[in-house]
Design a protein around this ligand. Structure first.
Ligand code: SF4
Length: 541
């Protein structure tokens, strides 16, 4: 059993002997990171780098329940309310668990996305920054599981959500004191499982839930963090490292989406985050051809709803941008006007995209569907052109790159470096990630890539991306980065050997200074930001 830590809440009794079903998530997942979904990435960083004030808890309602909650938890809550009644289900922050768990409580349901910090982002950035530092997300999950209120009345502890697989795969279920782990989507199987638990029947330790039909997906009844609203589920492009590709693909009906947007807007979320694995899949046609009419109408209808101050799209693929640039031209003005972000004093929109690699060989091997309706050998052109179109319309993407895909050769890494060269000057925030074999993907039996067995060329990519990101987005921290890099040089040299010298030189910006000195040209940050002019944008249709 996981060791409990005594808290000041231990002796308080809940009102009315508690609620039969109490839902919660860790403090870090119960935060909107001050309305910044991209800062939420930092949950995967070592805890010592992530201060608590970065992730304040969501506010409470007068009765102590959470005003906002993670979207997945709200879906589960909605299913349970429909079946068991509103009086029997609450969603609360960990700090308020003691007010709702009592003798009547039979189930504490916990939702989690990255409980042990072994997703792509957590593994990568904990190993880059960490001195054996535990990721913040793991520390907060452990803290939640050690809350004495959870075990005081012997309620069943059931954990689900997209990261639940991490616990069973790391054999941590017993240690963390979890009765049952639920794998997969909730809509079809959850009620049956919870009914059994409420009746005191024994549950399996790990249950894989059945795939739901789209008509089983309920609308949320209470507001979600970031005003998250799901517009599509699943993908189907078939990338071998990705789990959404294995899920059944749905576009949710417009009426259902707008109902959730209205609910969130009325209840004060201010922002709407459109949850999707690729926004261009919304009502898309065969062969991944985007539906301009449906997509533009969706964004326009959301824009008209009173109380929607911000609109953020979660993910997009790049090929549809090239296929039909007019979609971007039509929706970008709304996205920019309703953006959470500002770049050089002007509003700009952002969206997460996957570049992953510049290698045609790896695209063919692992991501044959990612560039449809185009061919793998066109991948580099698609990336360059689509980023150009997005940038031209004020959309500056966050782009992931995967280092160490299984079987990656030197030529593949060089192809990625070549692609970075072609993208020089583009407004992108690069997020390089170490290959991680997640449970629900085709490559789940492959070995993770670790920092210690990275190729020198991988390090080159890490340094280039870091330097690009600082030059493009935060040139004012250049001096701090330089001093920090020099101070940490001995540590990194000790951990990773001689090769780290060129990496530190490049990342810190010292290389650019010395090279510029040699040719006699000083770099002034104000003028160093490269412009986009030379991206050859001829994708137009
Ligand atoms: S396009 Fe994106 S969401 Fe779809 S399978 Fe590939 S990585 Fe996954």
């Amino acid at each position: 059993m996981y060791k409990c830590i005594h808290t000041r809440f231990d002796d308080k009794m809940p009102e009315n002997d508690g609620v039969p079903i109490v839902l919660t998530a860790s403090m870090i997942e119960m935060s909107d990171f001050n309305l910044n979904p991209f800062i939420a990435f930092s949950g995967g960083f070592p805890k010592f780098l992530v201060r608590k004030k970065l992730y304040p808890p969501v506010p409470f309602n007068p009765d102590g329940t959470a005003k906002f909650a993670p979207y997945g938890l709200r879906k589960v809550e909605s299913l349970l309310i429909e079946e068991f009644g509103e009086e029997n289900v609450v969603t609360v922050c960990p700090t308020n668990l003691h007010r709702f768990i009592g003798p009547k409580t039979k189930i504490v349901g916990i939702s989690t996305m990255d409980p042990l910090g072994i997703g792509f982002v957590s593994r990568t950035y904990t190993s880059i920054f960490g001195i054996n530092g535990k990721p913040a997300t793991l520390v907060e999950f452990e803290t939640l599981l050690s809350n004495p209120a959870l075990r005081k009345y012997r309620a069943k502890i059931i954990v689900g959500g997209s990261g639940a697989w991490q616990i069973s795969s790391a054999n941590m279920q017993h240690e963390l004191g979890i009765d049952t782990i639920l794998i997969g989507q909730a809509e079809h199987s959850l009620i049956q499982i919870f009914r059994k638990a409420l009746n005191g029947e024994k549950l399996d330790r790990v249950i894989t839930m059945q795939i739901p039909e789209d008509k089983e997906i309920p609308a949320i009844k209470k507001p979600s963090i970031y005003g998250t609203v799901e517009i599509t589920r699943g993908c189907g492009r078939g990338c071998a490292f990705c789990s959404p590709t294995l899920r059944q693909r749905y576009s949710l009906p417009l009426k259902h989406i707008l109902k959730e947007v209205e609910l969130n807007a009325k209840r004060g979320t201010r922002a709407i985050l459109l949850q999707t694995d690729d926004v261009f899949l919304y009502k898309s046609k065969p062969n991944f051809i985007p539906s301009r009419e449906a997509f533009v109408k969706l964004i326009q209808d959301i824009d008209k709803i009173k109380g929607v101050d911000y609109i953020q799209i979660a993910h997009a693929s790049l090929a549809p941008v090239v296929y039909d640039r007019k979609i971007v031209e039509e929706i970008a003005p709304i996205l920019v006007e309703k953006s959470l972000w500002r770049c050089n004093g002007k509003r700009c929109a952002s969206i997460e995209v996957g570049i992953e690699t510049g290698s045609v060989r790896l695209m063919e091997k692992y991501m044959r569907g990612k560039m449809l309706p185009y061919k793998p050998e066109q991948w580099q052109d698609i990336v360059v052109q689509s980023i150009g179109i997005l940038n031209d319309n004020g959309v500056y993407p966050l782009a992931t790159l995967i280092l160490g895909l299984p079987g990656e050769q030197k030529e593949d890494i060089l192809a990625t470096i070549n692609l970075l060269d072609r993208l020089k000057g583009a407004k992108i925030l690069y997020v390089p990630l170490l290959f991680t074999s997640e449970e629900e993907c085709i490559l789940k039996r492959q070995k993770h890539k670790d920092l210690k067995n990275l190729d020198e060329l991988h390090w080159e990519i890490l340094a280039r991306c870091g330097r690009h990101d600082i030059n493009t987005w935060k040139p004012e921290i250049n001096k701090i980065v330089m001093v920090g890099s020099l101070l940490s040089y001995s540590y990194y040299r000790w951990r990773h050997g001689k090769k780290i010298f060129t990496v530190i030189m490049k990342f810190s910006g010292l290389e650019a200074i010395f090279v510029n000195r040699k040719v006699g040209a000083g770099c002034q940050p104000k003028y160093c930001t490269l412009n986009l002019g030379h991206i050859n944008n001829k994708a137009g249709k």
